[in-house]
Design a protein around this ligand. Sequence first.
Ligand code: MN
Length: 198
Amino acid sequence: MNLKQYRSKRNFTKTPEPNGLKKIGQKNISKKLTYIIQKHDASHLHYDLRLAWKGTLKSWAVPKGPSYNPKEKRLAVQVEDHPLAYAKFEGIIPEGEYGGGTVMLWDQGTWEPLDNPDTGLKKGKLTFYLHGEKLKGEWVLLRFKTDESKAQWLLIKKEDEYAKKRGNKRLLASASVKTGRTMKEIAKSKKKSLEKVK
Ligand code: MN
């Protein structure tokens, strides 16, 4: 597990995000592989898809969010691995800190790889089932470009009983699966989340 990049970007005396130093094994969270999406209102609103694999959360920032329409391919920029504890995080990253803004736990559940994820991550094709509260069914991540540090992937819904012909604007705007709060309500809780840091 390599969280060097994750830690180097953040000041844990200022942000309430987990520092990843506390050892939380996957088995302590769930016997299955954790899947989550966080809605993150940073400099640009995006959705962070995270899939637990080998002790970290593999992570992609999806600017437009996932779509149930197989024709709507969504850009997913791979970002640094996050600690498993991040799967529970909802709150506010202080302004001026890395990723400053409101974070909502938008979806949570488990994922089920359909191929070997190590091979998939290397080759740039990850196929899997999502068993989330909001996202279900078969999905694929396809890498199409690798810049110096960032790999660009596409997140695509596969045709199955969950696929839809239309987009899912209302779903993307839906509230937290953890607290039922809207983005606005989480943003208002600023004081509370800052107190937690102390
Ligand atoms: Mn983010």
